[in-house]
Structures are given as structure tokens and as C-alpha cells.
Write a protein that binds this ligand. Structure first.
Ligand code: ARG
Length: 463
């Protein structure tokens, strides 16, 4: 018999039963559901809404149910619909009629909002921890290869030489913003909705602050109708997750590109690559490709839930049950991707000579020639023009700027002197970019030190 069968004269259609049941996926909320129910039952007892003895029996029953679920003894039933009613049903089977008092002054609408917030709060912390681990892996790699020079690109064309460590630390910044976004998202998730009832609150003299304290929330929700129909916190998280995936996908794309025979900058460790069933020479960067590909699923979850929530009238609507699979899938995907990406990065082999050689090609030092002329007093636009002509001259002869004699340089501008050759080395190009945030070794060393401190502060949010 259904818990809400009183008003009905007919059984639910069998197809509908399966259709609206969420137990197959929301059973993963059992821990939060039980913890929330224990806090609720304790408060009901303290407030004299149920007796102390009833409260004690309910709490004991709930604890036992938790143990049994953990031991894998529990079989949930589809006709009890969702995790909330399944647990209540088991409770009543276990402790009898008194179990039916648990739902006093509560609705599944505020209950599910509570469970989702508790669950997401914990998961956000796990992901923040993974982000901090990833940042550590980035810092370790950057530190190990601090002075390696590689070509920096714009439009995927060689632009200027940069330190490989500087390139890596660019990703550190992206993941730092992701970390801060999650911190902010956690703040808005950390709101206790229980006591909102179905939508209008409750007639019972409950103590919401007491429940908030026991469950470790920051504040209680301020409007019961909003509290039961708000899924902004899930959407916000899905956006944060999408952003993390977008950043990971860019990193993966570079690893894939750098692993090609054409680039040859890096090699993915055997443990993170796979072979081909036909081409014996192949080692494919599958892990990086799959992370790149899984980005689409997470974007999909965000778009799906945004669309579910669009135009929904207040307050709770069953549409909102669709929040769960989207959230759970995105959580599993982001965690899974971070967990495999971190060791892949850790074990990634770097080929500094190849990076260095490529940085010397493609006129990556041309800006430095223009800067040199500008330092000598030639207006930058003109210096740019002169250097452009020099580059063309070299391209026509199949040589580099470094191959030109001082006499040849002088044909383009009288401002060139002996020191031009030393300015053409890629070491000089990197070294001279010494403003805050630039690729110069002094700046990158400083950035590394700061990054380590940032990780330390990030970890403080995880205790
Ligand atoms: N399983 C439901 C959900 O996930 C719980 C809330 C149901 N409330 C209701 N009035 N049908 O949204």
C-alpha cells in the first residue's frame, strides 16, 4: 500500500510506477537522508512534538537501517518510489507504528532539498581536494622543468618563446579560479531547507536552528517556497563542473597535440595510452581524448537541468526529480576525469631538446628584434615594419634571423649594432620578459612560490 493511498481508489498503473520511481538512482542519497531524519526526529522529541521515547526509537531504527544498507542487506522497492519513502517504509517495518511519526512536520519536498544539499556539499569538497591535487601536480612538473624553453603559440602559429613551466602555470590559474568558484558555490549550497514543509512551512513548533546546528549548515533558508523549489545550487555546481571540464579539455588537447610525431614535445606514459588493433607502432593518448570527449556530457547535464527548470511555476514540481541523474552523472564524470588526469600528468614524459629546437624556428624571436629597434629610439610601428621586411628576406633565403650578418642587418636599419646577435637567442627572449606575470625565469620562480602558498591556503578550506 502506498504511503499516500488514502485519497486514491485505484492502484497506480504499472508502467507509471516504473516511470516515476527514482529509487534506482536516488538510493545514493541514503546516508544524507538518514542523517537528516535523525536530526529531524531528535528535534521533534526535544520540542515535545513526539515523545522522547518515540524519538529515541526512531533514531535507533534509522541507525540500524544505515548499518544494514552499508552491509548490503537492504533491497529497495520500486513501489516505495524513492529513497525517502523506502527508508520510512523499512523503518516502520522495523519499529512498528511509531515509525510513521517521523514524517511529522516534514514533506518530501523539503526533505529532498535537504538531502541534495548535504550530498552536494560533501562532493564539492571532494572535487576541491582533487583540484588542489591537480594544482600540486602542475607545480611539481613546472618546478622540475623550470628552465625548459618551448615555443609559445597564438593561432597555433609560433609566436614567442616561453618557459614550459610558465605554460603549465597558466593551467594552475584556471584551476584556481575553478577552486574559488566551487568555494563560492559551496556557500550557497550550505543552506538548510528543512522546516519549509511542502511549501508553506509547518503548523508544528519546530526548531529549525537546532536542526541546522546538528547537520552543520551555515544558515537556514529564509523563504519556504523558494527553499523547496530552488535548484540553483545544483545548476551552479553543474556550471562549475562544466568549466573544470572545459579547462581539462584544453589541457588534454595540448597533450594530444604535443604527443604527435610532428610536435614530439611529450610522451604519455604507457599506463595512460593504448595501442591500435591493427597498427603496431601506435600509442594513442586515449585518456586525454576521453577526458576531452566527456566534457560534452557535463555540458549536457547543465543544459538539461537549465531546460528542466525553465518556466517552472512555484513551488515543487516533479520535473525537479530530473536534477539527480544530471548531478550524479556530472559528479562521477568530473571526479573520474580528475582522478585519471592527475597521474597522467605526473607521469608525462617531457622532451626539452625538441621543445627548445622548435622554439628556435619560426621566427619566434622577431618581436625581440622590433623591441630592440624601438629601444634605440625607432617608433615601434616602424620597428615592426623593418623587422617584417627582415623576416621576409630570411624566408626568401631559407635562413633565420640569427644567420644574418651585422652588415645585412644594417641594410635594413642603421640602428642595428653588434649586440643584436645576442638578443636573438631564445634564452635572451625569455629572460628579458621580466615584468610581473611574464615568462621570465625570475617571474616564473616567484609565481611558483606563490602557487605553492595558494595550494596551502586551498587545503585549509578542506579540513
Ligand atoms: N523523489 C522526489 C524528487 O526527487 C522527492 C520529492 C517528491 N515530492 C513530491 N511531492 N512528489 O524530487
Amino acid at each position: 500500500m502506498k504511503m499516500w493511498s488514502g485519497r486514491f481508489t485505484k492502484e497506480t498503473d504499472e508502467l507509471v510506477e516504473d516511470f516515476h520511481s527514482s529509487i534506482s538512482f536516488d538510493s545514493r542519497l541514503y546516508k544524507q537522508d538518514i542523517r537528516g531524519s535523525i536530526a529531524h526526529a531528535r528535534m521533534l522529541g526535544e520540542q515535545g512534538i513526539i515523545s522522547k521515547e518515540e524519538s529515541r526509537l526512531i533514531i535507533e531504527g534509522l541507525r540500524e537501517i544505515e548499518r544494514e544498507i552499508e552491509e548490503g542487506k537492504t533491497e529497495f522497492s520500486v513501489d516505495a518510489e524513492d529513497i525517502h519513502m523506502n527508508i520510512e517504509k523499512i523503518l516502520t517495518e522495523k519499529i512498528g507504528e511509531v515509525g510513521k511519526k517521523l514524517h511529522t512536520a516534514r514533506s518530501r519536498n523539503d526533505q529532498v532539498a535537504l538531502d541534495m544539499r548535504m550530498y552536494l556539499k560533501e562532493e564539492i569538497k571532494v572535487i576541491m581536494g582533487l583540484l588542489a591535487d591537480l594544482q600540486q601536480a602542475i607545480v611539481d612538473k613546472a618546478e622540475k622543468h623550470l628552465d625548459v624553453i618551448m615555443p609559445g603559440y597564438t593561432h597555433l602559429q609560433k609566436a614567442q618563446p616561453v618557459l614550459f613551466s610558465h605554460h603549465l602555470l597558466a593551467y594552475f590559474e584556471m584551476f584556481q579560479r575553478d577552486f574559488e568558484r566551487l568555494l563560492d558555490c559551496r556557500k550557497r549550497t550550505d543552506v538548510m531547507p528543512l522546516g519549509s514543509g511542502a511549501l508553506a512551512g509547518t503548523t508544528f513548533p519546530i526548531d529549525r536552528e537546532r536542526v541546522k546546528e546538528e547537520l552543520g549548515f551555515r544558515v537556514i533558508s529564509r523563504n519556504s517556497m523558494d527553499a523547496v523549489s530552488d535548484r540553483d545550487f545544483v545548476l551552479e555546481f553543474l556550471f562549475c563542473a562544466s568549466m573544470i571540464m572545459m579547462h581539462l579539455s584544453r589541457f588534454c588537447e595540448e597533450i594530444i597535440l604535443w604527443s604527435t610525431n610532428e610536435f614530439g614535445f611529450v610522451e604519455v606514459d604507457d599506463a595512460y595510452g593504448t595501442g591500435s588493433s591493427i597498427m603496431p607502432q601506435k600509442k594513442n593518448p586515449d585518456v586525454a581524448e576521453l577526458v576531452r570527449g566527456k566534457t560534452g556530457r557535463v555540458y549536457g547535464s547543465l543544459m538539461a537541468l537549465l531546460t528542466v527548470m525553465k518556466s517552472l511555476p512555484l513551488a515543487y514540481n516533479k520535473d525537479m526529480q530530473e536534477d539527480k541523474e544530471n548531478l550524479f552523472d556530472a559528479l562521477d564524470t568530473v571526479k573520474g576525469c580528475l582522478q585519471v588526469f592527475i597521474p597522467m600528468l605526473d607521469t608525462l614524459k617531457i622532451f626539452p631538446e625538441k621543445m627548445h629546437r622548435e622554439a628556435q624556428r619560426g621566427f619566434a624571436n622577431a618581436t625581440d628584434v622590433a623591441d630592440y629597434l624601438a629601444e634605440k629610439g625607432i617608433p615601434f610601428r616602424e620597428a615592426h615594419e623593418i623587422t617584417g621586411r627582415l623576416v621576409l628576406y630570411c624566408i626568401e633565403r631559407g635562413i633565420t634571423l640569427g644567420d644574418l650578418s651585422l652588415e645585412e642587418f644594417k641594410k635594413f636599419s642603421g640602428a642595428f649594432e653588434e649586440d643584436i646577435h645576442q638578443r636573438l637567442s631564445i634564452e635572451s627572449c625569455v629572460m628579458r620578459r621580466d615584468v610581473p606575470g611574464a615568462t621570465g625565469p625570475r617571474q616564473v620562480s616567484r609565481a611558483l612560490t606563490e602557487s605553492k602558498e595558494i595550494i596551502r591556503l586551498n587545503r585549509q578550506h578542506l579540513v
